[in-house]
Design a protein around this ligand. Structure first.
Ligand code: 13P
Ligand code: SF4
Length: 358
């Protein structure tokens, strides 16, 4: 077994254990929820802070981000918004790599997260020492990593990509004749290989949420809804991606939904996206792609266990106490900044990010 396959497999038990021990969010009644929202809004003003949330976090946090002058988006756009915003504190509701990305881009700002326990299976499945050893086996290859990685892995990379810009960046590198190592998501890597012919060497990590989407059940659902369009996040398995009418990042899936003429959309991504999606396309029927078939487990819920760790309560406490601050080593940060800035500059040039996005 190659190094690229061994490490993610070894980590599976650890990841399963983490998922099994995720604490359920505290239940709040409507009055308590409203009270937390008002207290958080007041603290955001008092502390010159802005709340930036990913589409997969709790609906109430997404609504609060928007109502308080913050932002809800995909990982690329969150990074761009935070870097361009004038607030001295960024509160990142999402998973740790998103907070770290904000810190890499804005070292002068205080970056707070509702919890520092919110990980990502892609990040956990790509430890720096083993990944670096893997890269060393291909010294003439350009190292491209997904944003869902640690600061150390980013610092080892030549390029960072997100699902919004991965295809364009790989095509750009191919045009220059570069050979490429890709990590950590094997499904996204395979999708890029299939679409571009890049023949990248793939690390074998995966997202525990998207890996659960099931082809057989999706086919049955498509038969039941023959006019539906299928929108898929590229962290999903190859067979599921092959059925898609559109493949893209969370933000791009929403945009594709808005463009779509179909009355019904089948969506293969974390169900957190349905909050924003249903606002944007209120007249369409939205159906979650199936995660359950004969091999389904209790983890097949299409919701990221780490995103779910962000709650109004821990968000309030972190902001109140100035706790859960993201720190990164300065030397590593400066190394990681190079490929990150490369990605942002490329994305702006290509119109994937526009200067006015923030
Ligand atoms: P996006 O960049 O599409 O927001 O994806 C981030 C992520 O973690 C999806 O699982
Ligand atoms: Fe990571 Fe998957 Fe969660 Fe996204 S949904 S943060 S890729 S574990």
């Amino acid at each position: 077994m190659s190094l690229a396959e061994k490490i993610p497999q070894q980590l599976q038990a650890k990841i399963d254990n983490i998922i099994d021990n995720v604490e359920p969010s505290p239940w709040l009644n409507a009055a308590e929820q409203a009270d937390y929202i008002e207290k958080i809004k007041a603290l955001l003003k008092e502390k010159d802070a802005v709340l930036i949330a990913h589409y997969y976090v709790d609906d109430a946090i997404q609504a609060l981000a928007e109502a308080s002058g913050g932002y809800v988006s995909d990982s690329l756009d969150m990074a761009n918004f935070g870097a361009q915003h004038s607030a001295s504190t960024l509160v990142i509701a999402g998973v740790r790599f998103m907070g770290e990305t904000a810190k890499i881009l804005s070292p002068e700002k205080t970056i707070i997260m509702p919890t520092l326990e919110a990980e990502c299976s892609l990040d956990l499945g790509c430890p720096i020492d083993e990944f670096s050893q893997f890269c060393d086996q291909y010294p003439d290859h350009t190292v491209v990593v997904y944003a869902n990685t640690s600061v150390e892995v980013k610092a080892r990379a030549d390029w960072i990509v997100t699902s919004s810009n991965a295809i364009q960046i790989i095509e750009h590198l191919m045009a220059k004749g570069e050979k490429i190592i890709w990590g950590p998501d094997r499904h996204l890597g395979q999708y890029i290989n299939n679409k571009t012919g890049a023949n990248m060497v793939l690390w074998q990590g995966y997202c525990v949420v998207h890996d659960e989407f099931k082809l057989n059940e999706l086919e049955l659902l498509m038969q039941a809804h023959p006019d539906a369009e299928v929108l898929v996040h590229p962290e999903s398995p190859e067979g599921v991606i092959a059925k898609a009418d559109f493949v893209g990042s969370t933000k791009q899936i929403i945009a594709a939904g808005k463009r779509s003429k179909a009355d019904t959309l089948i969506i293969a991504t974390d169900h957190g996206l349905f909050y924003k999606m249903s606002q944007q396309v209120p007249d369409k029927r939205l159906i979650p792609a199936p995660t359950g078939d004969k091999s389904a487990t209790c983890k097949s819920c299409a919701h990221c266990p780490w995103m779910a760790m962000n709650t109004l309560v821990n968000l309030y406490e972190a902001l109140r106490d100035g706790s859960n601050v993201i720190e990164v080593d300065e030397v590593t940060r400066q190394k990681a900044l190079i490929p990150l800035n490369r990605m942002l500059a490329f994305s702006r040039q290509q119109g994937i990010l526009t200067a006015g996005d923030a």
